[in-house]
Ligand binder design. Structure first.
Ligand SMILES: *Cc1c(COP(=O)(O)O)cnc(C)c1O
Length: 392
């Protein structure tokens, strides 16, 4: 099948599917073997070599979704992020990282990199010039995340690629929040695309996995470290993830629509101070988002007016559950200050615009009317418990 000619849902459903020659079943057979005969010495199959039949099949699907030559699947998003970064960096090298990254990535860099003699600098802004400003003689990699967590800031892919090409740097992106349905960074010239497959690829809050997609050459380089680090994914979970991805296009389309509806709804509510969603024309990066995204995603953030108790608000929701993680079919909320960004100092958080009252909203596939009703009843509840005048 020529994957370039096919629609996104066709790719999600069919690419990389393994054929059940024995029984002609409709889905990929699951090969759980951790031991394969090596009569064909060219292919030594082993789960930690990332080349079991199910791993190879799913890698093809992910590569096709990201318009990449090749891909690898990992045991977690952080295994994909750490292995891929370390594959291109050695002692004495320098990496430029976008300000405001996923909390786990921030921890990896600030807690581990100096042990390995790898230098790093976070940018002070999101514009291409902010990346160029941090350039050093020994800079090797430029690392971005867009839309970013939790404020949904958008980084200009073309601008970052221009700088990477000018100075011969490898450009890497964490594309988790967009998913391959909404954004394909390789089309803009980004070299390496990372995913926490725990999120939109999995989509049902029951899988932890990661992925990287890139050129065959870069994937080979990442693979060499990956087999030594040993962060492969079990075939059973690979098989589940393949099943999940079949509906990713449908899920993400519904989540895009719901998130826009909810962003507009929250924006019109008197109790909300700010809504951050790249699909709103009021979002500071809306124009860049329109240029590089096919949909604006299912993630948004908002701040209640300061006199309202954000923590009590989250506890008062009935349908929408306060929860770690994101991107499931069910809507969830989370306080970045208390969870994903808890290890940052309050100064760093404030510097990045992450207030204590900020609520991150992962919009699911429920009917938006039900989500609106839940938010309205929670607001009514906290206002009657906290009867402070609402005119400030
Ligand atoms: C969750 C997440 C990760 C880490 O993925 P895990 O599967 O939890 O290891 C990395 N980046 C982003 C943007 C994420 O949301």
């Amino acid at each position: 099948m020529n994957k370039k000619d096919k629609g996104i849902n066709t790719i999600c459903t069919h690419v990389g599917q393994l054929e059940d020659k024995q029984y002609k079943g409709a889905v990929s057979p699951l090969y759980m073997s951790s031991s394969y005969a090596f009569d064909d010495v060219a292919v030594k199959r082993y789960p930690r070599y990332f080349n079991t039949p199910n791993q190879e099949g799913l890698s093809k699907k992910i590569a096709a979704l990201e318009h990449a030559e090749s891909a690898l699947i990992f045991g977690s998003g952080m295994a994909a992020v750490s292995t891929s970064l370390m594959a291109f960096l050695r002692a004495g090298d320098h990496v430029i990282l976008q300000q405001t990254l996923y909390g786990g990535t921030y921890n990896l860099i600030t807690e581990e990199f100096s042990k390995y003699g790898i230098e790093y600098t976070f940018t002070e802004g999101w514009e291409p010039k902010d990346f160029e400003a941090k350039l050093k003689e020994n800079t090797k990699v430029i690392y971005i995340e867009t839309p970013s967590n939790p404020l949904l800031t958008i980084t200009d892919l073309e601008g970052v690629v221009r700088i990477a090409k000018k100075y011969g740097l490898i450009s890497m992106i964490d594309n988790t929040f967009a998913s391959p349905i909404n954004q394909n960074p390789i089309d803009f010239g980004i070299d390496v695309v990372l995913h926490s497959a725990t999120k939109y690829m999995g989509g049902h809050s029951d899988i932890c996995a990661g992925a990287v997609a890139s050129t065959a050459e870069y994937i080979e380089q990442i693979f060499h470290l990956a087999k030594n680090f040993g962060g492969s994914l079990s075939d059973y979970t690979v098989w589940l993830l393949e099943r999940s991805i079949k509906t990713m296009g449908l899920r993400v389309k519904a989540q895009n629509e719901n998130a826009l509806t909810m962003a507009n709804f929250l924006n019109d509510l008197g109790d909300i101070a700010t809504v951050y969603y790249p699909g709103l024309s009021s979002h500071k990066d809306h124009d860049i988002a329109k240029k590089q995204m096919k949909g604006f995603g299912g993630m948004l953030s908002f701040e209640l007016k300061p006199h309202l108790d954000a923590s009590l608000f989250q506890k008062s929701l009935k349908l929408i559950k306060p929860s770690m993680s994101l991107a499931g079919v069910e809507s969830t909320v989370l306080s970045p200050t208390q969870t994903s960004h808890a290890l940052m100092t309050p100064e760093v958080r404030v510097g990045q615009g992450i207030s204590d009252g900020l609520i991150r909203f992962s919009v699911g596939i429920e009917e938006p009317e039900d989500l609106m009703e839940d938010i309205e009843q929670a607001l009514t509840h906290i206002k009657t418990k906290n009867p402070i005048s609402a005119d400030n």
